[in-house]
Design a protein around this ligand. Structure first.
Ligand SMILES: [Zn+2]
Ligand SMILES: [Zn+2]
Ligand SMILES: [Zn+2]
Ligand SMILES: [Zn+2]
Ligand SMILES: [Zn+2]
Ligand SMILES: [Zn+2]
Ligand SMILES: [Zn+2]
Length: 1753
């Protein structure tokens, strides 16, 4: 920013340049006290170079510093000219094999998911491209700055640690001392100078006095200048700082922005320079102004010499950094100097001093020395270790400093932990030697001091400051994660001991969390204040991976596992040692079983969701099972100390809490509880919360009598009363029972059954069941995909990630799912393989309720489609591990059977009982599970074993006395026929079938077959089958009926929406609902002619249209009320061939002749919706009024700008800014009778020229007569009026007033938008703009059709067809509302460009005219002349001659500019007629141009280039005359394929051999060609003095994008802000139209546009796209559409990952590749001028887009 300010050149001392580096170095070499000598030098020179004025002049300072200060040091170090010395050192150097490149902000970094030891291991782009990992699964991110490339670090990569470049150096011996490559004397001198300079830098940077220097740097003559230094903080915003500075130092906003930007970037900036008083005053104003916020901005008044030395200190550190780059030996010396202990002992090394002062330094100083550390200490393996130890020793202090500091972590030295702790060997060393694990955890606990009476963390009532601290302290957890991220492969006793010590500390931490944030159910009243719950969950979430990693560490060593298990159990027992006093013991009994427990009600007492100690123990217990330690060393385990009831108690309470919340019992506790329950189950937390609670219950239950467990569970669910009373069946039939309570209890029973299902069924954790980790992931994915097909990112989100951000999904996904590629929109999807459906478990424990019901529906639907029965029986489960094997007995326990029987009984006697179908469904599922279990046991049984699982026997027996209820089996058979259980029929049938199958298995294994029963069963089942079949059919019919009904009502509901969509379909020319153009075969003639005297006569058609606002129908007639189309007019550069050209002064700009570069056109589009003009007017007025009210009230933006005449189409909400009137064919309205004898071209030109001459004379007369009215009659007499020409005649306007008004409205709008001027309906340029818009719009449509190889008259969408028709007819009718004389004059001028006359000079030469624009202008202006011509020449004749004339001019234009290169393809065949003709013409041209034209090429080439060049013009003309005259198009041109040139010529009344035009009119041709060629510009062009557009013009395309997205990122990371001297741009943004990179969304690159500050993108849109822009935000991988200053939206980028998904924001980091189809789609939007419309729709759909300050991007 300095350059923006006044350049005040500080007066540098004249003696400076004379100071010789060599001499100074020589003096130093002789010195006895080198330190003193050097310090004196610095004391003398530094203040003479640095800080000589208010603003730094970095270049000058740097040059002088190099010369006077650094030069001598380099001389001294080398002992010779450093230019030689350093290159010698460099050559002798054996460079390290480490890359160590320090990343810039925004630079791409790569990590290999297959080989990186952890995700923090990254490569720079260069190394990545040269590594083996480019073919692996890699992840790409952009660096936030800091950090370096790990290439060459063997500890960072499992494979391929070196790239090609760094591999070269690995042959050297690793441990070689780099000093051996240095000469002795250099070593000595380097040591001296490094020691002095490093010491100096550290001393001055950590110097805290404000006006006094260290004694040995004080000067004799000290100036009296000070700086008022402003420091950065993270509290105040940019705006606050800018505002304050403007007030305090009285600067402009621009200067203030400059100051603020530097402060933000460097951490400090002087804002005032002068004497002490002057600076002090500024300081006090700043402090006063900002003290109202939490704390004032930090300001210091510092003596200029201190600032000077500090600036040099920084320079010196960077210098050291670059010097050590020459040689690894120099680097080692610097490390040695830095880590050498000073005179003050401990912590006195220079490195220590810097680290310990880190939080006191400003941002700029910090990053300079951090970089030096990275390039020195961290690059030298020996010193990296020593530095790691220093870092660990200071760890506690550094972290405390960081926690109290307010800078982001990336600016703290604490952030270097990631560079040290993630190195496995260093981490291990720090654990064993420095006990760092324990230190980190203890430091963390020290910072969280808020505890309750029981010593647990307490986050309630904690202040904002504590919250801030809490946030910062979380980074310690990250450090802990780094330490643990690579698991040890080998354990030493030391490591065991220190790890277990750390584990102890960790348990202490968890103990503080066990039971934190307890809650009590609120009854009666709703809670007053939502309690704080997030902090506790944040802590839990952050620790989740650490907890998992702790378990992984334990799992890797049996001894550690055993010890950890013991420790964990001991801590748990300390937390809940037995039961406390207030929990009274009670005895429960059911079915003859009884158990002792305590009286405890979740609904009445305190309960906590945080139980990390229990859960850790559960995790370790599973590991005992998985690693088989439990079976190998049972004697070493404290298994006897385990008390199952204590183990299960708290997890059970937690699960009961969830059940009760679900049953609605905790409603009064508010949302905080709902949120906690949500996170408890959420994928981010569940692994170490919900999952472990289930495992803990499984652990406890596997060691208990299942009956006892079930009884305790009933009691905790507070359901024991219901099930224990003998006639519980009648429990709720009494009227007294409240309905809510019934509902509540039903839900609780359902939840309890669900819990039992989970305890027995969830066996997919390795160690619980006999499964592998991949089985577990497979099962998760199967269940996710059972809900619906999912995109890769969706699946990833639904799966738990490990500490390496991996879900393990890629390894198994192929086995369970098919991938379906994405189309033009949407994402690629994974679909479940059909064979996996049988593994679906309806009661999968990770389903949320909503997911469960969706999955159920989806799976039933699938079964119905496959014509299977819809039962969803439990899948076959894998067997339990031995430690958990006894769990299956729950299913056949007596209490369980009792519960099942009871519920079935309720269902049988369904009236009078409170029960629910869900309850029954769960019981059926449990029965199904038991049957599956028994079947499995039977199938896998060994010869002599007896299957003890005898569920089938038990359910065949009737209940015991006194009930004597029927057997479960009997009840199921009853229920099978219950009409009220239709849905569950299939499941019951499945159960009975399975039951029979098991029975058969048992019988076949035993010796006594029971034939009789089997027979009855068979019979029964066949009877059932019939019935079932009928039922099934009825069911299918019913479902079908329902579906149709649903569809119908859906259709009605969405009718309007659907229609909207229909209309909203973008300008897609392939729209399926397109109306075919004029297909009505009313004209039988095969040769259709669009214009001229031979024009095909079209019978008049009456056109009726309906107003979308009032729904009334009306005919389109000249005399009736106007009907209008909503339209959007915009400026456009889409066709521009010269993007740098902008209209400089719109007030004087003359648009009459469009240049061939089409640099700025006016495009008109429409959604095609028709309204009455007056209906639209009323609608628009109301929108305007509403908007004004709204703006007053809310000051909100809308997606449209009412003040600019914008509105949304009332039907489709398409952005519009005017309306086009609908008109009948205008030529019909003013054509008169024509005579058969029509003039030829020559005659016609003569006639017209005469008429023009007459008009010019009359015009002159008029102007003379106006000034002097005396003698007008005389001249009039001289004038001979051409025959039949009546210049005094003024035709009557045929249109109704309402149409006239609309003609003016649209004309004015086109003029206003096209020229960006204030509306003025009388401006002579209005008609020109109307014709221009018509021509430009037709040209743009023609381009789109050609680019897509579509036929010219193929099916167009209605809206486009309507738009073109109305636009053309409007433009043709507009002259009727303009001044006749004005339009006549336009015509004369346009005509004169081709047929020169004496009245119009200075017209553009034919090379500088777009011929189609000229044609449209001439044809549409011609009626003004023709209406006064009564000689009998028809209008059609005029059209035809104009068209022929312009076509001829265009052919000459093409011949002049065609660069026909002979490509050696000589045509053997004799030349055809066309070729001979064109050769002759070329010869003529050659003569006329004075032989400046190139020698004659072959006729074949010439004809070919003429044909190709003229084709776009002919196509545009065909469209134009088609819409103007309404002649249907020839059917041959409605289909694509063959060349249409001949048809085109016929339709346009042209000879197929276009050159014949010249031959037929040879009289005049020669004259015209001569006049055209005589133009000086043509000469200049032919002599190579200028350029000209050649034909055919190529279509514009968006820029080419690279296939691999990372090359774009790399390109952008090298891009620096063009305004702030080499700074990296924060939001580099690429213009997709022209390829310019911009520094977006930043103060530095704001410019002023029409008096407002706008960002670089907005500014660019005005020069590049006439206000419309298409950009790619490179860092975000996001397409940005901008239109005007207030409109914008984001659009999905054309880059996809391998899973067919975009990555907006680059969050996932998968490699991205260009999707050509999607990029084409964006290009199509641009070509179709639909960008603004797209923005409008996006903003209407998403109101938050409206609020974004697009203009600042
Ligand atoms: Zn690298
Ligand atoms: Zn490398
Ligand atoms: Zn790899
Ligand atoms: Zn109407
Ligand atoms: Zn519309
Ligand atoms: Zn551009
Ligand atoms: Zn910038």
């Amino acid at each position: 920013m300095a350059s923006e300010l006044e350049p005040e050149v500080p007066a540098f001392d004249q003696s400076l340049p004379e100071c010789s580096a060599e001499k100074t170095a020589g003096k130093w070499l002789q010195a006895t006290d080198l330190t003193r000598e050097v310090y004196q030098h610095l004391a003398h020179y530094v203040p003479k170079i640095y800080c000589r004025g208010p603003n730094p002049v970095p270049q000058k300072e740097d040059t002088l510093a190099q010369h006077v200060l650094l030069g001598p040091m380099e001389w001294y170090l080398c002992g010779e000219d450093p230019a030689f010395g350093f290159s010698k050192l460099e050559q002798a150097n054996k460079p390290s094999h480490l890359c160590g490149r320090v990343f810039k902000v925004g630079e791409p970094t790569y990590s290999c998911r297959d080989c990186a030891v952890d995700p923090t291991c990254v490569l720079c782009m260069e190394c990545f491209l040269g590594s083996i990992h480019r073919d692996h699964r890699y992840r790409m991110t952009t660096s936030g700055g800091g950090g370096f490339c790990d290439c060459g670090d063997t500890e960072a990569w499992k494979e391929g640690p070196y790239c090609e470049k760094h591999e070269l150096n690995t042959s050297e011996i690793e441990e070689e001392d780099p000093l051996v490559h240095l000469p002795e004397d250099v070593i000595g001198r380097t040591y001296n100078i490094f020691a002095i300079m490093f010491h100096y830098a550290v001393e001055i940077l950590t110097w805290e006095k404000e006006s006094e220097l260290p004694a040995d740097l004080e000067m004799v003559e000290k100036s009296d200048t000070y700086y008022c230094m402003l420091f950065n903080d993270e509290v105040h915003t940019y705006e606050q700082v800018i505002y304050t500075l403007q007030k305090a130092v009285n600067c402009t906003q621009k200067e203030a922005i400059g100051f603020a930007t530097t402060v933000d970037r460097d951490g400090r900036r002087s804002v005032r320079y002068g004497d002490f008083q002057y600076c002090e005053q500024a300081k006090s104003v700043i402090v006063r102004n900002t003290s109202r916020q939490t704390k004032p901005l930090k300001v210091q008044v510092m003596h200029s010499s201190i600032v000077a030395h500090q600036n040099f200190g920084l320079k010196l550190l960077s210098w050291l950094g670059s010097i050590i780059g020459y040689s690894d030996g120099l680097r080692r010396i610097l490390c040695q100097v830095g880590l050498q202990e000073g005179p003050d002992g401990e912590n006195s090394s220079l490195v220590d001093r810097l680290m310990l002062n880190d939080s006191k330094l400003w941002k700029g100083a910090r990053s300079v020395y951090h970089q030096l550390f990275m390039s020195s200490l961290l690059m030298d393996l020996k010193y990296k270790k020593l530095f790691a130890i220093r870092f660990a020793k200071n760890y506690e202090r550094l972290q405390s400093d960081y926690v109290t500091d307010d800078h982001d972590r990336e600016f703290s030295v604490a952030d270097l932990s990631v560079q040290i702790f993630t190195v496995p060997s260093l981490a291990r060393m720090l654990i064993t030697e420095e006990n760092l694990l324990t230190i980190i955890i203890k430091t963390f606990m020290d910072h969280l001091r808020h505890r309750d009476a029981q010593g647990r963390f307490q986050f309630e009532r904690y202040t904002a400051l504590q919250a801030f601290k809490f946030r910062r302290v979380q980074s310690l957890i990250l450090d802990l994660k780094y330490m643990l991220i690579s698991k040890p492969t080998e354990w030493s006793d030391d490591l065991r001991q220190k790890f277990l010590e750390g584990f102890d500390a960790f348990l202490e931490l968890l103990k503080c969390m066990q039971g934190m944030d307890p809650i009590t159910r609120q009854v009666g009243q709703h809670i007053e204040m939502e309690p704080e719950w997030e902090a506790a969950f944040t802590l839990q979430m952050k620790l989740t991976h650490v907890i998992s990693m702790m378990q992984d560490w334990c799992a890797s060593d049996e001894k550690v596992l055993i010890e950890a298990y013991k420790k964990c159990l001991a801590v748990l027992m300390r937390c809940h040692g037995g039961f406390t006093d207030d929990e009274q013991p009670i005895t429960l009994s059911i079915c003859g079983h009884s158990v002792d427990t305590i009286r405890y009600c979740v609904s009445q007492e305190k309960v906590s969701i945080h139980l990390p100690v229990s859960r850790l123990l559960a995790g370790l217990h599973v590991l005992l099972s998985k690693s088989e330690v439990a079976y190998k060393f049972p004697e070493l385990l404290p298994l006897s100390e385990l008390s199952p009831p204590v183990l299960i108690e708290h997890p059970l309470r937690c699960l009961v809490l969830c059940a009760q919340v679900h049953a609605g019992m905790w409603r009064r506790n508010g949302f905080s509880l709902v949120n906690q329950i949500y996170y408890y189950h959420n994928v981010k937390c569940r692994r170490e919360m919900f999952d472990k609670d289930i495992i803990m219950l499984q652990t406890g239950v596997s060691m208990m009598d299942p009956n006892h467990f079930l009884m305790i569970m009933l009691s905790r669910f507070e359901l024991d009363q219901i099930f224990s009373s003998p006639d519980c069946g009648k429990r709720l039939s009494s009227e007294l029972t409240h309905k809510d309570v019934v509902q509540q209890n039903n839900t609780l029973i359902e939840e309890m059954l669900y819990l039992i299902i989970m305890l027995v069924g969830e066996r997919y954790s390795p160690g619980v069941g006999q499964v592998s980790a991949t089985d577990e992931i497979k099962r998760e994915i199967i269940h996710q995909l059972s809900i619906k097909p999912m995109a890769h990112s969706e699946l990833v989100k639904s799966l738990p990630e490990d500490e390496n951000k991996e879900t393990g999904m890629e390894t198994v996904i192929e086995a369970v799912a098919h991938f379906k590629k994405p189309g033009l929109t949407g994402r690629g999807m994974y679909e479940l393989k059909p064979e996996c459906a049988k593994e679906f478990n309806l009661y999968f424990y990770h389903f949320s309720r909503a997911e469960q019901s969706k999955a159920e529906e989806a799976q039933r639907k699938l079964k119905r489609q496959n014509k299977e029965d819809t039962a969803l029986p439990p899948p076959v489960s894998p067997p339990f591990c031995p430690l958990f094997a006894s769990l299956v007995n729950i299913l056949q326990s007596e209490v369980m059977l009792y519960i099942m029987r009871t519920i079935l009984q309720w269902a049988v006697e369904h009236n009078g009982h409170a029960w629910s179908e869900s309850m029954l469904q769960r019981v059926l599922h449990l029965i199904g599970m038991a049957l599956q279990e028994e079947k499995q046991h039977l199938e896998n049984v060994m010869e002599e074993h007896v299957v003890t699982f005898t569920f089938t026997q038990k359910i065949s027996k009737p209940g015991e006395a006194p009930n004597n209820s029927p057997s479960i089996l009997a009840m199921l058979e009853t229920l099978q026929n219950a009409p009220y259980l239709e849905v569950h029929k299939d499941m019951i049938r499945w159960i009975l079938k399975t039951f029979n199958a098991i029975k058969k298995m048992r019988e076949s294994s035993s010796t006594s077959p029971v034939a009789e029963t089997e027979g009855t069963v068979m019979e029964e089942s066949s009877r059932d089958k019939d019935k079932a079949e009928r039922k099934r059919k009825a069911e299918i019919a019913r479902l079908r009926r329902e579906k149709i009904m649903a569809q119908m009502s859906e259709m009605q509901r969405h009718f309007i929406d659907e229609n909207k969509e229909l209309f909203q379909q973008t300008l897609g020319l392939d729209a399926s609902n397109a109306a075919v153009l004029d297909h009505s075969p009313m004209v039988s003639d095969t040769t259709l002619t669009a214009l001229g005297p031979a024009q095909t006569q079209v019978p008049k058609q009456r056109q009726f249209v309906t107003c979308i606002l009032c729904q009334e129908e009306q005919e389109v007639k000249v005399e009736s009320k106007a009907m209008v189309l909503a339209a959007f007019v915009q400026r456009s550069t889409v066709l521009s061939k010269n993007r740098s050209k902008v209209i400089q002064d719109p007030e004087t700009y003359d648009p009459l002749f469009m240049r061939p570069d089409l640099s700025c056109g006016t495009h008109t589009g429409s959604c095609g919706h028709i309204m009455h003009a007056h209906c639209w007017q009323r609608y628009f007025d109301s929108v305007q009024a509403k908007e004004q009210r709204r703006q007053q009230r809310l000051r909100l933006h809308t997606s449209y700008d009412v003040e600019n005449g914008e509105f949304l189409c009332p039907l489709c909400e398409c952005l519009s800014n005017t309306v086009i009137p609908l008109l009948p064919p205008p030529r019909g309205a003013c054509s008169r009778l024509s005579f058969s004898d029509q003039p030829n071209l020559t005659q016609w030109i003569r006639t017209i020229s005469q008429q023009i001459k007459t008009l010019q004379i009359l015009r002159k007369e008029e102007s003379i007569s106006n000034s002097a009215s005396s003698k007008n009659s005389e001249n009039m007499d001289e004038l001979q009026l051409p025959e039949g020409f009546r210049p005094d005649f003024h035709p009557k306007n045929p249109y109704s007033d309402s149409i006239k008004e609309m003609l003016t409205t649209f004309g004015t709008a086109t003029y206003k938008v096209g020229l960006k001027v204030h509306p003025n309906e009388e401006d002579p340029r209005v008609p020109i703009m109307c014709w221009g818009s018509c021509a430009y719009t037709i040209q743009s449509i023609e381009r789109i059709l050609s680019d897509e190889d579509k036929p010219l008259f193929g099916p167009l969408p209605c809206r486009l067809d309507d738009c073109l028709r109305s636009l053309t007819r409007f433009a043709a009718a507009h002259w009727t509302v303009a001044l006749l004389s004005v339009v006549q004059e336009h015509f004369c001028k346009l005509f004169a460009a081709l047929v020169p006359d004496v009245y119009h000079g200075d017209l553009p030469c034919i090379l500088d005219i777009d011929m189609f624009h000229l044609l449209v202008g001439l044809v549409l202006a011609f009626p003004t002349l023709h209406c006064q011509d009564f000689s009998g020449i028809s209008l059609g004749t005029g059209d035809l001659h104009i068209f022929h004339l312009v076509t001829m001019a265009h052919i000459i234009q093409i011949l002049l500019t065609s660069c026909t290169e002979e490509d050696g393809m000589d045509q053997e065949t004799p030349a055809g007629e066309e070729e001979l003709a064109v050769l002759a013409l070329y010869k003529t041209l050659h003569q006329c141009t004075g032989r400046a034209l190139k020698e004659t090429p072959s006729g074949w080439h010439l004809w070919r280039s003429v044909r190709a060049g003229v084709l776009p013009f002919l196509k545009c003309s065909a469209l134009f005359f088609h819409y103007l005259n309404g002649v249907p198009s020839p059917p041959e041109m409605q289909v694509s394929g063959t060349s249409h040139f001949e048809y085109l010529c016929n339709y346009l009344s042209l000879p197929n051999n276009l050159i014949r035009l010249f031959q037929e009119n040879s009289e005049i041709t020669k004259l015209l060609i001569e006049s055209w060629c005589q133009n000086l510009e043509v000469k200049r062009y032919l002599e190579g003095g200028r350029d000209a557009v050649s034909y055919p013009r190529e279509s514009n395309k968006l820029i080419d994008l690279p296939e691999d997205y990372s090359s774009l990122i790399n390109q952008a990371s090298n891009f620096s802000c063009p305004k702030s001297g080499g700074d990296k741009s924060r939001a580099p943004t690429l213009c997709l139209v022209c390829g310019t990179l911009l520094c977006s969304q930043s103060y530095c690159c704001q410019t002023e546009l029409d008096g407002e500050d706008v960002g670089a993108c907005t500014a660019h849109t005005y020069s590049c796209g006439s206000g419309v822009g298409i950009f790619l935000r490179v860092r975000e991988c996001q397409v940005l559409f901008l239109a005007g200053k207030t409109k914008g939206c984001f659009y999905s980028p054309p880059y996809l990952d391998d899973y067919g998904e975009t990555d907006q924001g680059l969050r996932r980091g998968n490699p991205l590749h260009l999707c050509k189809e999607r990029f084409k789609k964006i290009q199509k939007l641009w070509h179709q001028h639909s960008v603004t419309e797209e923005i409008g729709h996006a903003q209407e759909a998403n109101q938050t887009l409206v609020g974004i300050d697009w203009q600042h991007l």
